[in-house]
Design a protein around this ligand. Structure first.
Ligand SMILES: [Zn+2]
Length: 271
């Protein structure tokens, strides 16, 4: 299935619309004969759910996708349950995960921008684009994106992998970090590598990108070559780091992440 993000809404949600309903950071799913599904319009009627602030946000293989937040007092049962995004990762394919990530991000943004940050007035949804506008002072807020770099540093048929204190599980991955105001992506790559493991890098090349909904990142991936220095772990963000050959990897991140795509790219190159 292919997910395409879009904000130009059909007038009414059709019968086959998919509903990404978010309640307390979790998404409503349906289980049917061992398969996991995203609920459709008929399911929402059956459950007598009244989602507030529903919004069209794209389509999955031509099926329109709507997102809405379910506030307190939600009663569900039977085949339906709420699951966290990370659980969803193990139950659905890549495109449903992307849609669910976007849905979660939109709800969070909408929820956090109900009031104007400048004058405190209640905001409205802007009609012609996805944004919140203040009727009092005119301040416009777009959904927040936090760009972050992620980089595979290579040295003599080895890749730099580190265990971050922020990782939810005990695995090693490539280095990553948020871009700071006024910084180019390349400068961010150099700074993050230097801060986290104390080495310098060269030949920085773009690899690809991935929206990452924890909570609103856009991961921009690069490859780079080792230039100089010895690995010195900073211990505040990085607990352990080292050079690994493709034959002796430690536990690495799950398939879906661009971190894993960088590591797989290195493995493939070393074959
Ligand atoms: Zn205002």
């Amino acid at each position: 299935m292919a997910f395409v993000a879009d904000s130009k809404s059909p007038a009414e949600a059709p019968e086959n619309a998919l509903w990404f309903l978010v309640h307390d950071k979790r998404i409503l799913i349906k289980e049917e004969q061992g398969d996991y599904l995203i609920p459709q319009s008929s399911d929402i009627k059956k459950l007598s759910l009244a989602p507030t602030e529903k919004e069209f946000f794209g389509s999955l293989d031509g099926q329109p996708c709507y997102v809405a937040e379910l506030r307190d007092g939600v009663q569900i049962s039977g085949a339906f349950s709420f699951v966290g995004l990370r659980t969803l990762f193990s139950q659905f394919g890549e495109d449903v995960i992307r849609a669910a990530g976007m849905a979660n991000q939109l709800v969070r943004w909408s929820h956090n921008h109900r009031y104007c940050g400048k004058c405190g007035e209640r905001t409205d949804n802007k009609r012609d684009e996805r944004a919140k506008i203040c009727p009092q002072c005119g301040l416009i807020n777009y959904p927040r994106l936090s760009p972050a770099i992620i980089v595979a540093v290579l040295k003599d048929h080895q890749i730099l992998l580190a265990h971050s204190t922020r990782f939810p599980a005990k695995f090693f991955s490539v280095l990553a970090g948020f871009v700071e105001p006024g910084e180019t992506l390349e400068e961010c790559v150099k700074r993050e590598v230097s801060e986290e493991v104390g080495i310098t890098v060269k030949s920085i090349r773009y690899f690809g990108s991935q929206p990452w909904p924890f909570p609103d990142s856009l991961m921009v991936a690069f490859t780079a070559e080792y230039a100089a220095g010895e690995i010195t772990v900073d211990h505040s963000e990085i607990a352990d780091a080292g050079w690994f050959s493709a034959k002796q990897f430690p536990p690495i991140p799950p398939k879906i992440s661009i971190a894993r795509q960088l590591i797989d790219w290195f493995s493939e190159k070393e074959k």
